[in-house]
Structure formats: structure tokens, C-alpha cells
Design a protein around this ligand. Sequence first.
Ligand code: SF4
Length: 726
Amino acid sequence: MASADEIRELMRTEGAAVAQNTQAFNDGRYESVAELEDYEELKREARSIKEDAIERLPDLVEELTETVEENGGTVYVADDAEDANRYIRSVVDDRDAERVVKSKSMTSEELDVNDALEADGVDVVETDLGEWVLQVADEAPSHIVAPAIHKSREAIAELFNERFDPDEPLETAEELTHFAREKLGDQIVDAEVGMTGANFLTADTGSMALVTSEGNARKTVAATDTQITVAGVEKIVPAVEDLHPFIELIGRSGTGQDITSYVSLLTPPVDTPVVDFEDDETPLSELDADRDFHLVLVDNGRLAMRDDEHLRETLYCIRCSACSNSCANFQSVGGHAFGGETYSGGIATGWEAGIEGLDVAEEFNDLCTGCSRCVNACPVGIDIPWINTVVRDRANREGDEPAEWLVDGLMPDAEDEGAPLQKRFFGNFETVAKLGSATAPISNWLAETGVSRRLMSRVLGIDPRRELPSFERETLVEWFADRESAVENPDRRVVLYPDLYTNHVQVERGKAAVEVLESLGVDVVVPPAPSSGRAPLSQGMVATATDHAERVAETLSSHVAEGRDVVVIEPSDHAMFQREYEKLLDEERFTGLAEESYELLEYVYGLLENGADASALPAVDGEEIAYHSHCQQRTLGLEAHTVAVLEECGYDVTTSEVECCGMAGSFGYKSDYYELSMDVGDRLRDQLQADDVRERPVVASGTSCLEQIDALLERQPRHPIELLSE
Ligand code: SF4
């Protein structure tokens, strides 16, 4: 795991450049995909092509091999990095090459091919600007698409001036680019071998599609007589026509460009003569056209990933980087913390677990908070948070078991293997909350004493700067049990799900929810119910989460059978019912619950749309408020319902656009991540303190968002339902 010190250092040195660049990519993405009429259809098409291709992968490898060989090239399927490097070295050696020029290849980063060739005395030159900057700086990429995203223009200028000592110091982007182009031009001219990656390979024609911003891939291919293309086996698609949705989506998803500067479709070896840069006499047509092409298809764990029901989806990834860009934590720390040996960002966990192993993936896996903002951004619809959860679960099971006495009472029955103590504590927060309420207010007092805070910090890694939740003695369920529903002849009937926080901590918002629903003619019950399993799931305790899901489904199903709708206050629990339970429950129980459950303000919106009397809600006259939606609520497309209800009541609503509040449940409580959480939160604070928003009261839907905003601002935030119950 990246240590707090490392995270702090990266935030200081690289954070600003990463944040600025990823946010610019995101702005471009929002704009560019909004112009696509058939965005969702393109995503569906892209996903279905990848699903089909991975399903038929062994056949496609065979077909592609035959096609490339018919075209006159050679195919080598490499089992692992060592095997691939051995083959590449032999090709370079056979050609007597002294220099290899490279372009566009994350897969070669994965193989460490540069090191292998350099050990043979070969000069390897990266020709893409970002990669070259890193080669000069001797650093690793920090982003899938923009490898030097963590470097500002000033830092690159400093590096070049120091390293090359030019006559005039370089300063502007134009000067730097021009300088690099000149340097690289000379290197390409002298090279014997060109090496590229491939975004896609088409089995029917043996073509490689390269989507680039600089066009150096074309130069490396055209200027050398020996071309090596290195690509993971998962890059194969059946046919050239299949490229269409990907070409539409890849640039828009990653850098927000409608189309990248260069889209090259090469079917090597081609008949074009190789340029002899030293001979400016002979016409091109008379030069030798004898080109050699080697396609190195890399397995390196991919075929095993294909057989892994959870990691398989990783192979659908088209390496666009939208998941990194949309990730609030990535925006703060970049891929040097949020990444493994090669890949970075949300999907990197899947890649690194598959090609390097769990231990590498585990090092940064905790930086995924499961907020799900990447899910809609991914052009092939990969459930990235789920892959992260599964890897976390596997890492937990490989870990050392904490001492028995430490976990006594904290260990959920369903989790029989060794998750770290901190994860068990947060994963079993239900027990803590029950105990907290049963013994409040003493529990609240005790938790805040210096001795307790020091113990919590030392044993559980809970940051002493974070305010702890204050448990209510009377839970929502207990409050409700002592009252009768006041609604006669109800229009609808609801079971209000008492999530852990509403039931034990934020009881007032639960009461407000009951009162608002009743005022709109709804009969409400609030039964005792297990917690949703969100807490254990976010700690990677899948067995415990499954146990919760089963008990929740059982508890709520009897109410659904009575004709009640399920209404959920906490968006992350609602997201469990709508998304994650699909992985934890059988189809019938999942569908039954997902179809009958609604987020609270979505439900109120539905009631108003279907004729409920809006005059039962308070009416204001243009009162200004600021609203921060919840990540998972946004992923489910539910932000608009809250805004619509508030506007119906007469509020003038400003919404926050930032990706996240930086809290995400237990994440912000952990000392390792406290500063990162606050750094992400700063972006929200800036927005809520902008000139036209500063005076507005703040409302937020998520528990963790409310807590974070409370820590960030002087003014205390409230849940929107509390405005409606006034
Ligand atoms: S997981 Fe999806 S969003 Fe992330 S890089 Fe791969 S294709 Fe792009």
C-alpha cells in the first residue's frame, strides 16, 4: 500500500499537474460525448464486440496468425514477458540493429523490453513526446494514455535545459516540442528496427489500428525495414468493420477529442519502399521494398484472466484512461501512487492482478473507494469497482490473520479468513453502531476521550483529526415502533429501509423521511433490517456482504409481497440494491428487490409526477441552496430527481460538478488516506465557497458527503429531505 508519506509527497510534487490535465480531459469528454447521438448504443456495440472477441479468443489468435502469415509476416505468441523479450531480441539481433525506435506501446512497458534490449547494447529510443520525456527523466509512466501527465511544462523545460544544455533555454510548449521533434527526427533516420504497439488487431485482414496524437508510430514503421508490433492477445477483434465504435469512442473517452490526430490502419508488411535517408539521388520507386514484419502476441497471464470469472472483464478494456481521469483520488495522486508496475488508475487493479500478481495489485487497490464514477465513463461498461472489490477480497484472504483476541467480536461469522483488523472493524460497523446506540451517550463520550482516540489511531489506523459519528440512543426503528402511521386510505405503501447511519446516527433525517412520505399520502413502515453489506463490501469482505444481502432480501421481500415499495435514504445502499446485489444474490431475488426499490428523493419525485399533492411540502420563493449529489446516485442517473423536487418547492438550486467529496465511507477515516481525502474535498470546498455559492445553505444526499462537507465548511449541511419536512 502506498504509504501516507508517499501519497503526501506525490500530492505535493505531481498532484497539481495531474489534476489540471485529467480535469481538462474530462471536460473534453463531457462535451464530446454529449454531441454523440448514439453514445450509449456505441458503448453497447463496443462491449458486445469485446465480449464476443474474448469468448472466441483462441480461434481469433489462430485466424490472425494465418492472415498475417499469408500477408508475409511472422507471428509469435509469447507466454510471458521473458518469452516475448527473447523473441524480440532475436529479431533485433538477426537484423544487426544498433537502434530500435519505439512508439505507442504500453505492452512493451509491461515486458520491460527496453531493459532487455539495452542489456544487449541496443539503443532504444521512445519517439512519443511523453514517453521520451520520461526516458530522459528515467521515470515510469503515470497514466495509460498520457504517460507524463504528472509533469508540468515548467518541469519539462527544466529537465531539457539541464539535460541537453541548449544554446537558448527552452521555455514554451512550442520550443519544447520543436526541440524534441528535431532530436527524435535524427534518431528515427538512423534506426534499423521500429517497434509499436497496437490499439486493435483485426483477425480478418491482419491489420493493426493505431490511435495516436503525434503520428510517430507511422514514422517508426515507415522509416525502418523491420517492424515489430507488440500487443496483448486481447487486442484482437474479428473484423475491420468492428473498429468503428472503438474509433468513435477511444479518443472521446480518454482525452475528450472527437477523433485523435492520427488514426492509422496498417497491414504490414507493406510494399512501400524503405526510405534511404542517406541517398537523396535515387527515386523512392527504385528503392528496396523488402520489409520484415513480426507480430508478437503477448499472453503474460491474459488467457488465465479469460478463465477467471471476475478478472475476465478486464480484457474488454481498450486502454482509453477514462476511468483514471474520472477518479477523484487519481486526480490528486496520479498513477505513481494509484498504479502498479505498468498500469494505473481504476482498471489497473485488474491488469496488475492478472499479469503481475495479487501482491502488486494490493499495493494500490485500497485507493479505489468504490464510488463508481468510472463505471459510466468506461466505454465498454466494465464494472471496475467490482473488480477492485474482488481483488481486495482475494488479498484479504492471502493476508496474515490478526490475533484472535483482537478480532473477538469484530469478526463477522461469514468471513472465515484473515482480513486485516482495520478492514474487519470498518467491515463490521454494524456491530459497532448497535453497541454505540445501546450505550449512548456514554459510548460517544468514551470514543472521544484521548485514550480512546490514541488507541483507535494505533490499533485501527483511524485518524485523530476526523470527527467520529455520534450515536443516538433511540434508533429510527425504535422511534417508529412507538408510533402509528397517520395515513388513512394511503395512495401507496412503503417500507422505508433503515440504513445503518440513518438508524443509529442520522435519525432525524429518517424521521423527516417518514413525515414527508406520510404528508404525501404514503403509508410507511420501518422494520428492523440488517445493514446492506456496503461496509464489508468496501473492505473486500465479499462473503460477509453476501450474508447481509441475503438477510436484507429476506427481510424486505415479505413487505414487497404485501405490495410495498422499498424506499432507501442512503444512496450507497440504494446502489447496493440496484447494482452490487446482482453479484451477491440469485437473479430472482436481485431483480425482485432492484425493481421495487427507489432512492428517497427519486420516490418523492415519482409521487409528485403521479399526482401527489405538492402543497403538502413547504413552498419557498426562490430561496438559494447548493446541492452536492452522491457519486453512486449520479452513476444511477438520480441526481436530477432531487434537483427537480427542490425546484418544485421553489428553491433556486446550484449543483456541484466535482467528481467526489473525497470521503467515500470509511476511506477518509483512515490515517493513511486522511490527507488525500481532504485534498479531494478541497475541490468541493472551492466550489461551495465560490462567490455566487458562498452564502447558500448546502444540502447533500450521501452520509459520507454530509460528513465531509461538515468537516470542510463552517456551515453545516443537511439532507434534502430535511428541507422538505420543515
Ligand atoms: S477500464 Fe474502461 S475506462 Fe478504464 S481504461 Fe479500460 S476501457 Fe478505458
